[in-house]
Write a protein that binds this ligand. Structure first.
Ligand SMILES: [Zn+2]
Length: 322
């Protein structure tokens, strides 16, 4: 599950340096959008702190590294592992405090990881504060959060932030291909997810690659009929359609500006994009793109979704009749 290739090597080497110079902090915030990367980095850091053969890297097979990889090391503790739970409550913090003050079983450094720590309740954060102010030596506490504002200032200000960058498109694509996803689909998912592996995987599970191509075909055949199927759709569904149209017209615009296939999200539909762009001038694509963006914003501001759908119909009819 936690493949070493998920770890950002630059950030990991920054942490390795802290270990080499014995200057690591006690409390960290690992910030960034990509949860799997933050988890993988936390594991790599826990391994490095406890490795019996210092410097042997990700594939080390010492007892400590093996146990941490297998998730069976008694001194590496995870909190907030119930992903379905909306909050991490004070009971988990109490458990953490008990372990924090106990001697380790075998680790050089005990490591405590709070997964999606933005879910810590106010009560739980307040209870944590004292432990963070005066932690006993031999412990490292890591909070995996989206950003610095995800926790109270009183916690953030006592922690060292490690920014975990998103994946590059190429890296996501290669991970998806390794997971058995077909090349073309992997390319699209990597581009559409903007560096977020979990979003790409979700889109794959939802068969978004197949569905978006059905949408593109229907749109190309008859835009008004395409939109008619969404009469009576929920607000969420209509937001998805408008979001898709914004992305599609973004591609038309980008291609018209530079004729560069590489910068497309829907690279698998490059030849269709080329033929649509050939039939329209820059200004009309720009105008449609702007209007769609405006519709997207008004939906976010709770505009009536039926009205937005009607306006989109008028817009597409005008655009494709040009
Ligand atoms: Zn090791």
């Amino acid at each position: 599950m936690f493949s070493p290739k998920l770890v950002d090597q630059e950030v990991l080497s920054q942490l390795h340096k802290q270990i080499e110079t014995k200057q690591w902090a006690t409390t960290y915030l690992f910030t960034g959008k990509e949860l799997v990367r933050k988890r993988a980095l936390a594991i790599a850091f826990a391994k490095a702190l406890n490795c019996e053969r210092a410097g042997s890297g990700a594939s080390c097979s010492c007892t400590s590294c093996k146990k941490i990889d297998a998730g069976t090391h008694p001194d590496i503790k995870w909190y907030g592992t119930d992903e379905e739970a909306n909050s991490i409550k004070i009971a988990e913090v109490r458990d953490f405090k008990n372990w924090l003050n106990l001697k380790s079983f075998e680790a050089k450094v005990k490591v405590f990881i709070f997964d999606q720590a933005e879910r810590l309740t106010s009560e739980a954060q307040n209870a944590l504060l004292k432990s963070i102010e005066e932690p006993p030596p031999g412990n490292v506490i890591i909070f995996l959060v989206p950003n610095l504002k995800s926790l109270f200032d009183t916690i953030s200000s006592r922690s060292v932030e490690i920014k975990v960058p998103p994946f590059e498109t190429k890296a996501i694509k290669s991970i998806l291909v390794q997971e058995g996803i077909e090349e073309k689909e992997a390319e699209f998912l990597a581009r559409a997810s903007q560096g977020e592996l979990s979003a790409a995987r979700k889109a794959h599970e939802a068969q978004w690659f197949r569905d978006k191509n059905l949408w593109i075909d229907a749109l190309e055949k008859d835009p008004v009929q395409f939109l008619e199927q969404f009469h009576g759709a929920t607000r969420g569904e209509i937001s998805k359609v408008i979001g898709f149209l914004v992305e599609w017209f973004r591609d038309l615009l980008v291609y018209q500006a530079g004729q560069d296939e590489e910068s497309l999200i829907h690279m698998d539909r490059a030849s269709l994009i080329e033929s649509i762009v050939a039939r329209h001038d820059f200004d009309s694509v720009m105008e449609a793109f702007d209007a769609l963006n405006q519709f997207k914003r008004s939906l976010e501001d709770y505009a009536n979704q039926k009205l937005v759908l009607t306006e989109t119909e008028v817009l597409l009819e005008r655009f494709f009749k040009l």
